[in-house]
Design a protein around this ligand. Sequence first.
Ligand SMILES: [Mn+2]
Length: 345
Amino acid sequence: METGAPEGRLENELKREMEYLPPDELLDFLRNGDKFIVAGHISPEGDAIGSTLALAAALRGIGKEAIAYNNDIVPLFFRFLPGAEEISHVLPLNTEDYTLVLVDSSKPFRAALEGVRFRRTAVIDHHEMETYGPGEQPAPMWVVPACPAAGLLVYNLVKAMDIAVDREMAVNLYTAISTDTGSFRYDNTTAGALEAAAELVRAGAEPALVARNVYETWSAGRMRLLCLALETIELRDDTAIMSVSQEMFRSSGATAEDVDNFTAYPRMLRDAKVAVLVSELEDGTLRASLRSKGDIDVRSVARKFGGGGHKRASGFRTTAWKGNIRGLREELLKEISLALQKKDF
Ligand SMILES: [Mn+2]
């Protein structure tokens, strides 16, 4: 009879919990600074925005100046987040007086901040380590690729700094963790993520309210776009691929951000081990999102096209197939099929 968690699993879980303890270097760094800009990656989603807002609020809570920044506008689904309207899209003139804290990303260009001079730069991220040129690496860096969400790191950071988690912070962090785990359904859903979520609910986050805002606020245009996109789904060699063209955006009246998370649909197919969404931007640039339901490493595929991300969630943009959705679909199916064969071997 099997009871409880297999030992190896428990050990891994404990190891993960340890990894969520912020390094002292980062704690000192934040305590000693006074002017911060907290920024997440471009095309921000729940984790990038929730983490940015919660950390900025936490720093303000201990008397620091903290600007929440993102290069891009906040997607409609995340405008309900407390403080979302305060996210700045312009930098102060004297950026060199400010310390940059990158969240949910670990290189300034991911936040469209390359070339901007800051006093120092710190990183809180859960993506794979990037590679850095000489003198390029930010410090301190707290990068935990096994962590389900940057929001979970920020939560542990806030706790380690003895900052009280108020309702607004709780909503931001709960949204960060729940969206990055696919509402606690994906492989990255750990006991630690669920425990943090429970504590955040106690602190005032309302799961139903968050879910309603994130998942049940579609425009009619977005629903029409989905109908068109569903028609393009093809399942081949364990990969389900879907695409959205500019023509489809035009005829449905949907906006570019309406395609966010459409990968959820091809991945619902029982036989899909990998789900892909190809979408066409206004200038013909193609964007691809790759999701893996198991052990297939889709990041290695994304890298071949100049992108990156996580093992089970990655993506890229390319101008090499300008407007040629069919061509990129075929190339992707070929590359993913190779990755799948390697795995099965
Ligand atoms: Mn994230």
